[in-house]
Ligand binder design. Structure first.
Ligand code: GAR
Length: 190
């Protein structure tokens, strides 16, 4: 299974996927890693692992439609079986979704449909829920919407800050992303 991973930030989930492939725990080919801005640590991690990278810089385009078209073209060039939004903090267009119909997944640090968006951890903490978690789902053109593939709960401690809670969620999220990819890869072989 050829995958393209899209990142915006530090890429710790991406690193978990890279490590699982290296350890032969996960049978996928990371064909490329793409970002919406230059200079992200996720790109550095990929380059260090010898994975091709590309940037479709959101700020370099005059409008969202042009950026989406460029992103779609850049991703399609790698002919992926699956596109993974892993901390990719941009909403893609319906055209992108159509181009990768049934092939686009996203990971999110909350139990969707609760707390979508860029601050899922902070919003859960602010609301005062006692349990949150992470979700891997088929992504559509909405904000963290689409059919859920896998979820895991994480308890919130009274002493939690956004940082401490996000770290605990990410530890679970990395495992969930890798196991979801393993299941999808196994299904694609059968
Ligand atoms: C992850 O927790 C991911 O779920 C979240 O960004 C973090 C990226 O961490 N994504 C969203 O909030 C999407 N709405 P990473 O760059 O260290 O993998």
């Amino acid at each position: 299974m050829r995958i393209v991973v899209l990142v915006s930030g530090t890429g710790s989930n991406l690193q978990a996927v890279i490590d699982a492939v290296k350890e032969r725990e996960l049978d996928v080919e990371i064909t490329a890693v793409g970002a919406d801005r230059p200079g992200t640590y996720g790109l550095e991690r990929s380059a260090a692992a010898g994975i091709p990278t590309f940037v479709v810089d959101f700020k370099a385009y005059t409008n969202r439609a042009e950026w989406n078209a460029a992103l779609t073209e850049a991703v399609a060039a790698f002919e992926p079986d699956l596109v993974v939004s892993s901390g990719f903090m941009r909403i893609v267009s319906p055209e992108f979704i159509n181009a990768f119909n049934g092939k686009y997944i996203n990971t999110h640090p909350a139990l969707l449909p609760a707390f979508p968006g860029a601050h899922g951890v902070r919003d859960a903490l602010d609301y005062g829920v006692k349990v949150t978690g992470c979700t891997v789902h088929w992504a559509d053109a909405g904000v963290d919407t689409g059919p859920i593939i896998a979820q895991e709960a994480v308890a919130i401690e009274d002493s939690d800050t956004e940082e401490s809670l996000h770290e605990r969620i990410k530890a679970v999220e990395r495992r969930l992303l890798v196991s979801t990819l393993a299941s999808l890869a196994a299904a694609s072989h059968s």
